[in-house]
Design a protein around this ligand. Sequence first.
Ligand code: PLP
Length: 458
Amino acid sequence: MEISKLTSKKISNNLKIAEEYEKYVSKGVAFKYFPVAVVRAKGAKVWDADGNEYIDFLSSAATYNIGHTNEYVVKAIKEGLEDFIHYCLYFYHEPAVKFARLLVEITPGNFKKKVAFGLSGSDACDTAIKASLLYTERPNIASFTYSYHGTTYAVLSASGSFNPKLRKRMHALPNVYFFQYPDTYRCPFDLSEEECGEYYLGLIEDFFRTTVAGDSFAIFLVEPIQGDSGVLVPPKNFMQGLRKLTKEYGIVFADDEIQAGMARTGKMFAIEHFDVEPDLIIVAKAVGGGMPVSAVIGREEILDSALPQTYFLTSCAHALSLRAAIATIEYVIKEKLAERAEKLGNYAKKRFNELKDKYEIVGDVRGLGLLLGVEIVKNKETKEPDRKTALKIIWRCWEKGLLMMTYGKYGNVLRVAPPLVITKEELDKAIDIIEESIKDVIAGKVSDEIIKYLRAWE
Ligand SMILES: Cc1ncc(COP(=O)(O)O)c(C=O)c1O
C-alpha cells in the first residue's frame, strides 16, 4: 500500500522531494523516518513542504539546543559574512582563537588545556583517538557496546552500535575492545544502582587483569550518558571508578559530549554530574548552533603530542561557523540554558512517569535534563522490548504534529531531546500528543502497515 493511503495528513509535496531524494542520494547516508521535507524551523518548531507544523523533539539529533534559527546566532553569522567566510589554518584568524579560549575556559579540568578543531562529531572522535595513540604509543582502543561515536573509519570501528556483519565487510579496525555500559533498567541479578556500577566496573577490571593488559590501551572512549543505546545514565560510582581505573593504567579518558553536552542534561557538560575530570572532551552538534563545528579540548601534553597536519582539515575552524559557535556558547551561558534544561527536564520526567504509572507499555523513563528516553515494552514485568509499538507511537505523534524518533539497543525507546528553549506550553502539548498516541496505538487505531515505511534505528 502507498504511504499516502495510510495517513490523512497532507504530504504530497513532501513525498515528491522524498522520491527525488531516493533517486539521487545513497541509502547509506541515514535511517529514514517520516516523509518530512523541512522548509522552515524556528525555536522548537519545524514546518514541512506541505505546510504542516511540528513541535521538534529531535532538535536535528540534539543539535539545536539554542533553538532553530536563533536570532542571536543568525546575527553573528550575518555580521561575519561581511568580513570573510573562512581561511584555512595555514594562517591565523580571530574566531579560532576566541573559540578555543572559550572552550578551554568552560570545560572541566584544572590543568593546562588546548584545542583541536573539526567539522563533525565523527572527525573529532577520530582526533581524540589519534591524539591518544600518539601520546601513549600504545595500540589498543577501549569503547562500549552499543556506543555511537560516528561514521568515519576509525570511529565506526570504535562504535559499538554497528552490527558484526557490517564490521566484517568493512574490515573494521581490529584493535578495538568493547566493554558493557551499565544498564540500570536491565542490570543482571536485580542489583541496586550502586551494585550495578560495581558489577560493570568489575567486568572491565577483570578483562584488563586477565585478557588484554590495561596498559596496552591508549584511550577509553566514553559517553557520559549513552544516548543512542536508549539514554543510559550510568551509576556515579561506575563513572568515578572508570576514571580511577584509566588513571591507574595511564589510559586517556575521552569524554564524548557530542550528544549530551552544551547544557542539554542540566550541566554544561554531562560528565560534571559525576564529578569526573576527563583528559579529553569532545564536542560537536550543539556547539555550532546548527553550523558544522566540532572540537577536542584536553590536556595540552596529549593534544600537542601530534605533528603539525595530523588534525588538519581545510575547513576546520571554519571562521563563519565559529562565529556561530561563539555566539551559541554566549547564548547558552547568558540565557542559563543548563538551568532551564534541568527545570523543564524534571517537569517532563514527572509527566512521563505519570504515563508510566498509567500504561503497562511504558516500561522506563530515564535521563537527565532534556536528554530523556521513554522505553516501550510488552509489559512491565518481563520488560520485553516492543519496537513495533514504539514505531506506531511515533508515527501517530508525527500525524498529530510532533517530530520524535526511536532509538536504543532494541529500537524501542522514544527519544526526547527538544531544543532547550522549548516553552512549557509546547512541552505540555507534545507530551499530550504522546499520551493520545499511546492511547490510539493501544486501541488498535494505527495499522501495522506503517512499520515498513519507517526505516528506523534498529
Ligand atoms: C555521542 C555521539 N558521538 C559522536 C557522534 C557523531 O557525530 P556526527 O554525526 O556529528 O559526526 C554522535 C552523533 O550522533 C553522537 O551522538
